[in-house]
Ligand binder design. Structure first.
Ligand SMILES: Nc1ncnc2c1ncn2[C@@H]1O[C@H](COP(=O)(O)OP(=O)(O)OP(=O)(O)O)[C@@H](O)[C@H]1O
Ligand SMILES: [Mg+2]
Length: 181
């Protein structure tokens, strides 16, 4: 195969997100349980891009994740309001800082820098609602969670590229299934 073609193919493969895990979320409790299950598996530098329409459960998921992480760190559990007006809320959970962002009202991708979010992507655990607003500034090594309506409930597709997420998704799928029922 000519080198140029191979190079283009490799680039295409790197851009393609493999849908790695599809989970049914029949009720709000299931969405919370997903956040609780994923919480202990994260470390600073992990970015979760929470995609999906209004009311899909992005904040509900983030709240459960943050509160679980705080409980595990032995710090008082905080309310986790939707950051739709503040754009960013930050939390301390032991050694890890957690940034919860809702970029629906972001006026330009350049604002990401001003908010400090670009630095936080490297240093904190970041949960980002409406990540489409990031444009090309979205980190390529992030885990995508795509929430969608399904009848009265929701489904979520988790997808990523890179070596970081394959083992996490494998373990998450198992633990989430074990907790069901
Ligand atoms: N799996 C589910 N099945 C049914 N209801 C759910 C599920 N997950 C969350 N919900 C409910 O959906 C409602 C909206 O959730 P939430 O505020 O988290 O949405 P959101 O995606 O953050 O919306 P926005 O884009 O406006 O920020 C909440 O009342 C929540 O309890
Ligand atoms: Mg929200």
């Amino acid at each position: 195969m000519p080198l140029a073609v191979a190079g283009r193919l490799a680039k295409l493969a790197a851009m393609t997100l493999l849908p790695a895990l599809v989970l049914p979320l029949p009720d709000a409790e299931a969405t919370a349980r997903l956040g609780q299950t994923l919480a202990p598996m994260l470390r600073p530098g992990d970015v979760l891009l929470l995609e999906g329409p209004i009311g899909a459960g992005k904040t509900h998921f983030a709240r459960a994740l943050i509160q679980t992480r705080q409980a595990a760190a032995g710090v008082p559990r905080e309310d986790v309001p939707s950051p739709s007006f503040t754009l960013i809320q930050t939390y301390q959970a032991g050694d890890a800082e957690i940034w919860h962002a809702d970029l629906f009202r972001l006026s330009a991708p350049e604002e990401t820098d001003e908010l400090g979010l670009t630095d936080a992507f490297d240093a904190a655990i970041c949960l980002v609602e409406w990540p489409e607003r990031l444009g090309h500034d979205a980190p390529t090594n992030a885990l995508h969670l795509r929430f969608a309506y399904a009848g009265e409930g929701r489904t979520v597709v988790l997808a990523a590229q890179g070596a970081r997420w394959a083992p996490v998704l494998g373990a998450l799928g198992q633990r989430f299934a074990q907790g069901a029922g």
